[in-house]
Design a protein around this ligand. Structure first.
Ligand SMILES: [Zn+2]
Ligand SMILES: [Zn+2]
Length: 199
């Protein structure tokens, strides 16, 4: 599902069969009602064929696979042995989180503070030039904020932009309505710049 060496999710496409999709090519994530372990998300993603397709991703794959917790094995060319990448990557990730570094973060506008976050809290993503509009449902206050971030901020765990653009607007909790507001704000906007350093 997630290829940790390419930082890509694997989906199927009617034209290309297997496609590798980065997190920043996701456009919308909706948590499906029901299943809790694992929780399932419907992900709409922009495919290299030009269409937007939907796929299902479990919360583990969304949040933990990029940190190496489901990486499987790889061939170590130095020893010619298959070794577990998961163990090493997971260990490195755990150490960094323990040291206060977060794999992903965003600026919560209603709370006026940066917060750590996982990709399952991303709701909408919209590309614009070399930046990305990112709507995040805050895991703490449940309200939706829109940040303007780099692609790396989303695609690479532990790459946090030093500062991000923040839309000065409190979005509605309803995703359908938030989509409309999101588009309108991204087109018009007025982004404030906020530092993303987490305390
Ligand atoms: Zn496709
Ligand atoms: Zn919040």
């Amino acid at each position: 599902m997630y290829d940790v060496f390419r930082s890509r999710y694997t989906f199927t496409c009617p034209t290309h069969e297997k496609v590798h999709v980065s997190l920043s090519s996701f456009r919308r994530l909706v948590r499906l009602p029901g299943a809790a372990h694992p929780a399932l998300y419907q992900v709409d993603y922009e495919c290299r064929c030009g269409d937007v397709h939907s796929g299902l991703v479990a919360d583990d794959d969304l949040d933990w696979a990029p940190l190496g917790l489901a990486a499987g094995t790889f061939l170590n060319l130095m020893t010619s042995r298959r070794e577990s990448a998961a163990d090493e990557l997971a260990e490195v990730s755990a150490l960094r989180i323990k040291a206060g570094e977060w794999p992903w973060s965003f600026f919560c506008y209603p709370e006026e503070r940066p917060r750590p976050v996982f990709p399952s809290s991303f709701a909408l993503l919209a590309p614009g030039g070399d930046a990305l509009g990112l709507a995040v449902r805050c895991p703490v206050c449940s309200r939706v904020s829109v940040n303007l971030v780099s692609l790396e901020h989303v695609d690479l765990p532990f790459h946090n932009d030093p500062s991000v653009g923040v839309v000065a607007h409190v979005f509605s909790a309803d995703v359908g309505q938030a989509v409309e507001e999101f588009r309108a704000e991204l087109d018009s906007s007025a982004f404030d710049v906020r530092r993303l350093a987490l305390e």
